[in-house]
Design a protein around this ligand. Structure first.
Ligand code: PMP
Length: 518
């Protein structure tokens, strides 16, 4: 087993080493840590460009970009108010450049990116192969619509279809995950002739007027009549939910909850299925259009369901005339490690799969994949969007799939992700404020609690301090969960074991600091 940097055999001393892009401007502003320990960032032999800032309205060193102060002013006065609300840190990170798992801020400080622009940069920031494919296509043909026949869209559709099981072979290309889910909702309703759609509480399926109805998190809800016909049912969350035990989920790490279930039995699953049945008899008509689920909740905080839940739910949904939709926006393209698609880990076959984020390694794109039968029914109207499947998007997405296969990205996800979770579980056992560690591959959640006995969410201020501390030590992670109590780790899938060790030492240190502040 890989040696852990924070273990007793490898004590850590000294100061955190910051890796900057070089040049006086960069080094001058390298941040100091609050910690006295040496948490050394793995080396990186890539040299980013130096960011030359415009100061006092004048260009001091070159022609590159705006000062941090001016960016924040514009953010406050011109960008929409949400951009201020979601600026993650007390001291915002101003990103300038990326390479694989690394990001550099405008001061030249390097960060290990473990959030990947919300699980989106799949194979690595500006991955050289993807960049080369994009450059080549940019010189050839950037745009024409799919009313014409051009190679890239056909090459890509064939490639994507070959990565999905039968009969999921008909492809619609969109510009985002929300658009993909909107399309899937419409398709399901037309195909079934029913209207009602069920999703889990705590799910996130998009921010468009239709998909907002699927999303079941207060923060993303508006007091207007949108998302009609959507019903949210209890999430079978085996850590925070009413029921859960010691071998419910498909993860290298189980909850610390105990149960007396025999091998192959899961009482928690039975209870949660009863709740779904209760939703059927109380909240929707006897015939429904669809059931949407993420194989592992993303924004909800890597929430996992009991192993057989989706399999049983799919059966119940189909008995009521509904189609089953897997939202693979976060879990697709190898992120869960064991499989290319998250649904495969549940041993289920959806009728419709939606995807986005990792599909384009950061290039805006999405897709809906379904069966010929459903697609034929949907063909009664014309479905058209200007950019979906545009040549540049297809060239990029095509090279993303090639890269995943050529570089063993999915296998890396499994190896590094499993290692990280097993080591994080040791920290969970060490600290009372780490309630749960879960996930699959590089879709990882760490749920923070006031204490293990109460399972109450860790107060927001403590979460914020840990989060800031981790950033100050050179790592970007995400936050999620209904109470903002879950750290989300979903990096570009090219991260290494050394990166994982660096994260484990930083995380350990940040928790130590937090406990000391209590
Ligand atoms: N589904 C899931 C599971 C997501 O995580 C997201 C975005 N966070 C979406 C759908 C919506 O995707 P987009 O932001 O591209 O519209």
């Amino acid at each position: 087993m890989h040696k852990v940097a924070w273990s007793r055999s490898a004590p850590l001393r000294g100061l955190i080493k910051y890796h900057t892009a070089g040049g006086p401007l960069c080094q001058k502003s390298a941040l100091k840590s609050t910690s006295a320990d040496l948490l050394e960032m793995p080396p990186c032999n890539f040299t980013p460009q130096e960011y030359k800032m415009i100061c006092d309205g004048q260009i001091t060193l070159g022609l590159q970009g705006m000062s941090k102060e001016r960016m924040m002013e514009i953010r406050q006065t011109i960008c929409h108010p949400m951009t201020m609300k979601v600026t993650y840190y007390k001291k915002p990170v101003c990103i300038h450049q990326g390479h694989m798992q690394w990001l550099w801020d405008v001061d030249g400080r390097r960060y290990l990116d473990l959030f990947a622009g919300v699980a989106t940069v799949s194979v690595g920031h500006c991955h050289p192969k993807v960049t080369a494919a994009a450059e080549q296509q940019l010189r050839k043909l950037v745009h024409t619509t799919n009313i014409y026949v051009y190679p890239t869209i056909h090459e890509y559709c064939e490639k994507l279809a070959s990565n999905l099981p039968d009969p999921l072979k008909v492809i619609y290309l969109t510009n985002s995950g929300s658009e993909a889910n909107d399309l899937a909702m419409c398709m399901a309703r037309l195909y079934t002739g029913n209207f009602d759609i069920i999703t889990f509480r705590g799910s996130y399926h998009g921010g468009s007027p239709q998909s907002m109805g699927l999303t079941a998190q207060q923060a993303y809800k508006y007091p207007v009549a949108i998302g009609l016909g959507c019903t949210n049912t209890m999430c079978p969350d085996v850590f925070r939910g009413l029921w859960g035990g010691s071998h419910c989920r498909d993860s290298p790490v189980q909850t610390t909850r105990e149960c007396n279930c025999a091998q192959g039995q899961c009482v928690a699953n039975e209870h949660y299925i009863e709740q779904l049945k209760e939703t059927f008899v109380t909240s929707v008509p006897d015939r429904i259009a669809a059931f949407f689920a993420e194989p592992i909740q993303g924004v909800g905080g890597a929430v996992q369901y009991p192993k057989n839940f989706l399999k049983e739910a799919y059966k119940l949904v189909r008995e009521r005339g509904g189609v089953c939709i897997a939202d693979e926006v976060q879990t697709g393209f190898g992120r869960t490690g064991s499989h290319f698609w998250g649904f495969q880990g549940h041993d289920i076959l959806p009728d419709i799969v939606t995807m986005a984020k990792g599909i384009g390694n950061g290039f805006p794109m999405g897709a809906v994949v379904t069966t010929r039968e459903i697609a034929d029914k949907f063909a009664q109207g014309v479905h058209f969007n200007t950019f979906g499947g545009n040549p540049l998007a297809c060239a990029i997405a095509s090279s993303v799939i090639d890269t995943i296969h050529e570089e063993g990205t999915q296998q890396n996800s499994l190896k590094v992700g499993t290692y990280m979770m097993l080591e994080l579980a040791k920290l969970r056992d060490k600290y009372d404020i780490i309630g749960d560690v879960r996930g699959k591959g590089l879709q990882i959640g760490v749920e923070m609690v006031r204490d293990k006995a109460s399972r109450e969410p860790l107060p927001a201020q403590e979460m914020a301090n840990i989060f800031e501390d981790i950033k100050n030590m050179g790592i970007l992670i995400g936050k999620g969960g209904l109470y903002g109590q879950i750290f989300r780790i979903k990096p570009p899938m090219c991260i290494t074991m050394a990166d994982a060790d660096f994260f484990l030492s930083v995380f350990n240190k940040s928790i130590q600091n937090s406990v000391a502040r209590r």
